[in-house]
Design a protein around this ligand. Structure first.
Ligand code: NZQ
Ligand code: ZN
Length: 384
């Protein structure tokens, strides 16, 4: 494996009743802006728990951060931070609220004219407000990582800065019991693909990372369908919540090649056609595995054997089976696995390829060899 530096200082409070830990986790005297989404936290009791824990603080709330958080909404939050003199942010929600709050944390301290440059030009983040979070949807790993994805018009872009990594993350699996089946599924498949992006590349003599990755994939394959069948089983939600966090907290990505082509293409599907993040990935991944099967051959065979127990037959047939099993898992989770499933046809492909070109995101992949033509071939393979 390659050399690496690993540091993840987010303090995790995991388990039932942990929202009360907010009272200790936020520094005394902080002036807190609590950011949330469209209101799920008001109907499932999370808002009330947070309010109770914040009783000793000077705090206000900013609601309305939408899925795939939008720049304009977040800039309204930045205005609120500046006008109100807030010095600590608390994100309460899913990946969109946490990502949005990360952008607010950076934008509120940005010295240039337009904080959009943090995304569009990858302008360096030199300062950010401190941020903590209460996670309500296991999926993105945003609760302990340095990434954030923001949308403006039809551009969905990411930025990365250790300064926006949450200081603490409260992970109470009970908060996820109110999730609709659609969101449970979106979260499980998103976490699954996060592991795949860091695992299904080429061998790098990273046996620990491989085994961690396989353990996370197996856990998600085992617990995801069960969580759909038994939406009240808290033990399953706990496993899913922890697996999703570990999938993108940097650990399994240490010293190994990473792909992320499925995500980049998926972001275009969301930006242009409004497809949920998790589902954008399950549309692209089976076709990407197929198109990249030669480049990923060794890891596909390892994945077939260790994740699905496929160790008999010709190598090419084993790879076929592994791709089919991946698709079957996604279908079991009730998500789309082709453009046709999402009501899209070949006319979408030009738009998606142009989006990647216009945002200067090509080439993609662990070897940087996926250009426009290769993306087009992947998407043609994803048609049905
Ligand atoms: O807004 P509210 O009312 O809270 O409802 C949300 C939203 O409608 C709802 N929800 C969340 N927790 C709930 C709940 N409903 C009932 N009970 C609960 N406990 O779920 C809906 C979707 O929420 P959202 O936050 O959008 O979902 P997710 O966590 O999947 O986040 C998706 C965003 O994260 C980005 C995606 O691109 C997308 O913008 N990602 C962030 C990453 C990162 N920071 O590392 C990595 C990922 O690959 C991803 O790109
Ligand atoms: Zn993702």
């Amino acid at each position: 494996m390659d050399n690496f530096v690993y540091e993840n200082p987010t303090r995790i409070h995991f388990g039932s009743g942990q929202i009360a830990a907010l009272a200790e986790a936020i520094p005394t005297g902080a002036r807190v802006l609590m950011l949330y989404g469209g209101g799920s936290i008001k109907s499932n009791g999370v808002y009330d728990q947070v309010a109770a824990a914040l009783a000793g603080f000077d705090w206000e709330a900013f609601g309305g951060i939408e899925p795939n958080p939008r720049y304009d909404t977040l800039m309204r939050a930045v205005e609120r931070v500046r006008a109100g003199g807030f010095d600590y942010l608390l994100a309460v929600g899913g990946g969109s609220v946490i990502d949005g709050s990360k952008f607010v944390a950076a934008a509120a301290c940005y010295a240039g004219d337009d904080p959009w440059a943090i995304l569009a030009e990858q302008a360096p983040v030199r300062e950010a407000l401190p941020l903590g979070c209460v996670l309500t949807l296991p999926a993105t790993g945003s609760e302990t990582n340095i990434n954030a994805v923001v949308t403006r018009a039809e551009r969905k872009l990411a930025f990365y800065s250790p300064l926006v990594r949450p200081r603490f993350a409260i992970l109470d699996p009970a908060t996820t019991l109110s999730l609709a089946p659609r969101q449970i599924a979106n979260g499980v498949v998103d976490a699954f693909v996060h592991v795949i992006e860091q695992y299904l590349t080429y061998p790098a003599d990273a046996r620990v990372q491989d085994r961690f990755a396989e353990g996370l994939l197996l856990t998600l394959i085992e617990t995801g369908p069960k969580a759909l069948d038994d939406p009240n089983d808290l033990t399953l939600r706990a496993d899913i919540m922890w697996a999703a966090s570990l999938a993108l907290n940097g650990l399994i990505g240490c010293g190994v090649p990473q792909d992320w082509a499925t995500h980049r293409i998926g972001h275009e599907l969301t930006a242009h056609f409004g497809i949920d993040h998790g589902r954008s990935l399950t549309i692209v991944l089976p076709a990407l595995m197929q198109a990249r099967r030669a480049a990923k051959r060794d890891k596909l065979l390892q994945y077939a054997e260790r994740v699905f127990g496929i160790d008999q037959g010709e190598p090419e047939a084993r790879i076929d089976q592994a791709i089919a099993q991946t698709r079957a898992f996604f279908q079991r989770m009730g998500v789309e696995t082709s453009l046709a499933d999402a009501g899209l046809d070949a006319t979408a492909i030009d738009t998606l390829v142009a989006g990647l070109e216009d945002n200067h995101l090509l080439p993609l992949g662990e070897r940087g060899d996926i250009g426009s033509a290769e993306v087009r071939a992947i998407l043609e393979g994803a048609l049905r």
